[in-house]
Structures are given as structure tokens and as C-alpha cells.
Design a protein around this ligand. Structure first.
Ligand SMILES: [Zn+2]
Length: 171
């Protein structure tokens, strides 16, 4: 039996919070994820709830330079999923900067979906179009799995060692 996410709006608000705090059972989480991706109303509400919970001035990404390479790292445990504010943050961080050698540190990223992969690919295209490159650092096992399953790893190079990653930009 599938849950009805529109029956009780107070319950739904609570569900959104528990989802964002990653406190839902895997089963309910999967049901909800397959629902909200097709439901504009839940999608918008979910984003609004996340904004409220996060506070507007929280820093999501930190930026560091090593030689001419910009390293972007998420400050806390992050999921790069369709609703995630982190995705917007990442896309604008890459798009708005003039540096085109970009290394994205994924060590804090525990999950990624096709929207997340799409954003990574857009960032990659932006860097390449501007004569740069974009690579990934420290992808976690589940993220690595998705990268290889979708063959994105044949385009986006991943490294487990920062020095090796930096050196590869200058090879
Ligand atoms: Zn809905």
C-alpha cells in the first residue's frame, strides 16, 4: 500500500522534516522520493521546508585554492538530490567563478541522483567550454557506484588523493 502524501497537511509537514533529517524508514523514504519527483506541490513545499530548517545564511560550500585549482567542498553531510539546495549552490559556485580548474570534494556527499549527476555534468561542460577542467575528489562508495553505473566516471575523473588530483590538472 502506498502512502497518501496529500491527505493530512500537518502530517505531511512532519514527514518533510523527518525526510530532511533523514529519519524516515528506507521504505517510506523511497515511496516519498518517487512521489515528490512527480509532484510539483510536494517538491516546492519540500524546498521551502529545507530553507526554513537550514536558515538562509548558512554556508553550504567552502572554497579553497591550491595553485590555480579551486577546490569546492560541502561543509556538512550532503545529498545531491533533485530537491537539494546544495545543487543550486554548487551550480552557481562553478558558473559564477572565472577559475575553470575545479575540483569538487565529494567526501561529505552520501547520495546522488540523476539530477545531481546532471548538475555535475553541466558544471563539467562549463569548465571545459572555458578551457578548464572539472574533476572529483573522494567520492564515497555509494556515490562511486552511481558514477560507474551511469558511466559518468568515463567523463568525470575521480581521485582519492588530493595532491594527485591537483597534479593531474597540470599534466
Ligand atoms: Zn505531492
Amino acid at each position: 500500500m502506498s502512502a497518501d502524501f496529500h491527505q493530512d497537511l500537518v502530517l505531511r509537514e512532519d514527514l518533510f522534516r523527518r525526510y530532511l533529517e533523514r529519519r524516515l524508514s528506507a521504505d517510506l523514504r523511497d515511496q516519498f522520493e518517487s512521489h515528490y519527483l512527480g509532484c510539483d506541490e510536494c517538491y516546492e513545499e519540500l524546498r521551502a521546508t529545507e530553507l526554513l530548517m537550514r536558515g538562509l545564511d548558512d554556508r553550504i560550500l567552502v572554497r579553497r585554492r591550491v595553485r590555480d585549482v579551486t577546490i569546492l567542498r560541502f561543509v556538512e553531510n550532503t545529498e545531491l538530490l533533485a530537491y537539494s539546495l546544495e545543487l543550486n549552490e554548487l551550480a552557481s559556485a562553478v558558473r559564477l567563478q572565472s577559475d575553470t580548474k575545479v575540483l569538487i570534494d565529494l567526501s561529505m556527499v552520501s547520495r546522488i541522483d540523476s539530477t545531481g549527476l546532471g548538475v555535475l555534468m553541466n558544471c563539467y561542460c562549463h569548465a571545459v567550454k572555458n578551457a578548464g577542467a572539472l574533476k572529483l575528489l573522494h567520492p564515497d562508495a555509494p556515490v562511486k557506484h552511481v558514477l560507474s553505473l551511469t558511466k559518468v566516471d568515463s567523463i568525470l575523473q575521480s581521485f582519492d588523493d588530493e595532491a594527485a588530483a591537483i597534479a593531474s590538472f597540470h599534466a
